[in-house]
Design a protein around this ligand. Structure first.
Ligand SMILES: [Fe+2]
Ligand SMILES: [Fe+2]
Length: 199
């Protein structure tokens, strides 16, 4: 079985757990970003891709009404964020065993998932790529608009938040560069929108 067949199987098994908030679109777009980072930075596709597909399956175990207390600028219960990581490890381990993934690779993937949000330092290049692909999504058009609405921010406040994250948030130069370009794009879009609105 080649990698892309097994990645598809992993995605299919993960899918029911991604039907929470916007995790399906987040996962798909972060997966694309992870491929871009792998191409530019190296790293192992057979670790990074399963890790990014599975990193947020644990949200399924956190009641949707509590998600916004767990992450984002208004988070008040960071321990819930830890819950989604721990539950993610449990579900991801089950899914990877089901597709008979290599045991050593499973252990590396689960370590990455276990600290994908709460561990602020990176333990490997593969870990850096997963962390960067996860966060880069916030700079994309789709991610930005979902976030500023759910965080109840204006577009200007959302842009400020991204400007604040940009300098120290990414582990790889490639992710930093993509984020910078995406942010410039979001700024141009905001200018155009306000021009169209006659402001
Ligand atoms: Fe997460
Ligand atoms: Fe995520």
């Amino acid at each position: 079985m080649n990698d892309s067949t097994v990645f598809k199987q992993i995605y299919q098994l993960a899918e029911p757990y991604l039907k929470t908030r916007f995790n399906e679109v987040h996962t798909q777009m972060s997966m694309q970003l992870a491929y871009d980072l792998l191409t530019a930075e190296g790293g192992q596709e057979d670790i990074v891709i399963p890790a990014i597909i599975l990193h947020d399956v644990g949200w399924h175990k956190v009641p949707a009404a509590l998600h916004l207390k767990a992450f984002g600028p208004n988070a008040t219960s960071p321990e819930l964020n830890r819950t989604h990581e721990r539950e993610g490890v449990r579900l991801a381990g089950r899914i990877l065993k089901e597709v008979h993934y290599d045991r050593e690779k499973i252990s590396e993937i689960l370590k990455i998932i276990d600290g994908h949000d709460s561990r602020k330092e990176s333990i490997s290049l593969n870990d850096s790529l997963v962390k960067d692909a996860d966060k880069l999504w916030r700079f994309t058009h789709t991610g930005f608009h979902i976030d500023h609405q759910r965080f109840e921010e204006t577009v200007a406040d959302g842009l400020d938040r991204l400007r604040k994250y940009l300098p120290g948030w990414f582990f790889t130069d490639t992710a930093h560069q993509i984020a910078k370009e995406e942010l410039q794009q979001r700024e141009r879009e905001a200018e155009n929108d306000s021009r169209l609105a006659g402001n």
